[in-house]
Design a protein around this ligand. Structure first.
Ligand SMILES: *[C@@H]1O[C@H](CO)[C@@H](O)[C@H](O)[C@H]1NC(C)=O
Ligand SMILES: *[C@@H]1O[C@H](CO)[C@@H](O)[C@H](O)[C@H]1NC(C)=O
Ligand SMILES: *[C@@H]1O[C@H](CO)[C@@H](O)[C@H](O)[C@H]1NC(C)=O
Ligand SMILES: *[C@@H]1O[C@H](CO)[C@@H](O)[C@H](O)[C@H]1NC(C)=O
Ligand SMILES: *[C@@H]1O[C@H](CO)[C@@H](O)[C@H](O)[C@H]1NC(C)=O
Ligand SMILES: *[C@@H]1O[C@H](CO)[C@@H](O)[C@H](O)[C@H]1NC(C)=O
Ligand SMILES: *[C@@H]1O[C@H](CO)[C@@H](O)[C@H](O)[C@H]1NC(C)=O
Ligand SMILES: *[C@@H]1O[C@H](CO)[C@@H](O)[C@H](O)[C@H]1NC(C)=O
Length: 301
């Protein structure tokens, strides 16, 4: 004889199942939707990946530069070789380099026709006459200030070398012993420094220039060959009595900072603050135009 308790449980379970099934049948579309949502999500993710791959990963600027070796009859590339030597400075970032070269540091210097000269709004500051702009020999002006003028003057007297040091057998590393500058705009990474990769001259900032002849040099890094020239640029250190005056001169050098709309750029400025024999405490001004609002960009000073 069946246990009435078990029978009633089975019957009840059966009834409940049927009731549920009928109920679910009535709501068939809500069930379909329930199953389809994860499926749709997967499809969306795949589609997103495809779009990302075509737009971002394969965009020319986001991969190592390549050169085609073999093309088929349709003109499609079947075998290509990729490397830093076929890349722009944006693409170079994506190329493998077995032993990355160490670039010498380059200061961002204003172009010769924008460098500070004597003007009516900055008279008698020790700046050169405007005629140097025509001969492209204007000095690179660096301002300095601090609490102790005699200390500052002696420190800045040693900032710039009076001659150039080049090691022909290792030009790139040898150059780092000089104070170098470039007009090239810095890139996001400087992995392939545009100051070196571009064909612009590198400035050697000296306390005085004997001749304005260019010193050509070339070097090879892995498969890259660079032909560059080193040009002398005179550096002019000018003392200002305090940081307010430094700010004033820098601001007036900006095109919108003076009534004449002139460009009169100062390369950099240093505030030595309370620097003395035991402390070296310095504030640096530099033109951050090329930083483009991001704080993690390497920027030249
Ligand atoms: C592409 O060319 C290189 C050099 O010529 C060769 O070593 C390589 O095997 C080629 N690859 C293919 C897939 O043909
Ligand atoms: C600078 O220019 C002003 C006029 O603009 C002139 O009076 C002054 O003599 C100039 N100074 C130098 C050092 O050339
Ligand atoms: C300024 O620095 C010099 C050393 O270069 C030191 O002899 C002198 O006492 C300092 N002056 C002041 C006011 O601290
Ligand atoms: C020039 O560079 C080579 C290679 O790095 C080095 O051996 C040599 O000592 C350098 N010469 C000078 C004068 O620094
Ligand atoms: C640098 O390259 C550009 C084109 O890439 C050319 O117009 C310019 O004359 C070159 N400048 C120098 C100094 O070689
Ligand atoms: C800077 O200070 C010195 C001495 O305190 C003064 O003779 C000179 O005129 C000042 N220079 C300027 C540009 O204010
Ligand atoms: C900073 O550099 C930019 C680009 O070279 C230039 O246009 C601007 O005038 C500079 N600003 C100052 C204050 O010199
Ligand atoms: C930075 O900004 C300048 C001026 O807005 C622009 O010309 C330049 O292309 C920008 N550089 C980068 C790397 O975004």
């Amino acid at each position: 004889m069946a246990d009435p308790g078990t029978a009633s449980f089975l019957t009840r379970a059966n009834a409940l199942l049927r009731k549920n099934l009928t109920y679910q049948k009535r709501n068939i579309w809500s069930n379909v939707r329930l199953i389809m949502i994860p499926f749709l999500l997967c499809v969306m993710l795949v589609a997103l990946q495809i779009v990302f791959d075509t737009v971002v990963n394969n965009a020319d600027d986001n991969r190592c530069g390549c050169q085609c070796i073999v093309t088929n009859q349709n003109g499609n590339c079947v075998n290509e070789t990729c490397g830093i030597e076929f890349s722009s400075s944006d693409q170079a970032f994506f190329c493998p380099i077995s032993s990355p070269p160490r670039w010498p540091p380059l200061l961002q210097v204003p172009r010769p026709e924008c460098r500070a000269v004597n003007t009516t709004f900055l008279p008698d500051m020790g700046l050169p006459d405007e005629t140097c702009r025509r001969t492209r020999t204007c000095p690179v002006t660096i301002l300095f200030t601090g609490n102790n003028r005699s200390l500052g003057t002696s420190l800045f007297g040693n900032l710039l070398p009076s001659s150039v040091t080049v090691n022909i057998s290792d030009p790139l590393q040898g150059l780092a012993y000089n104070v170098l500058g470039t007009e090239a705009e810095s890139e996001l990474t400087n992995y392939l420094d545009p100051g070196i990769a571009s064909n612009l001259s590198i400035y050697n900032i000296q306390s005085g220039c004997i001749s304005d002849a260019a010193f050509p040099f070339s070097f090879e890094e892995e498969t890259l060959k660079f032909k560059k020239e080193l040009r002398c640029a005179q550096g002019l250190n000018l003392w200002r009595n305090n940081s307010r005056e430094v700010n004033d001169v820098i601001f007036k050098g900006y095109r919108k900072g003076n009534p004449e709309g002139k460009i009169n750029e100062i390369a950099a400025a240093y505030d030595l603050l309370n620097t003395d024999r035991n402390n070296f405490n310095v504030h640096i001004w530099y033109n951050s135009t090329y930083r483009n609002g991001t704080n993690d960009r390497p920027s030249r000073t």
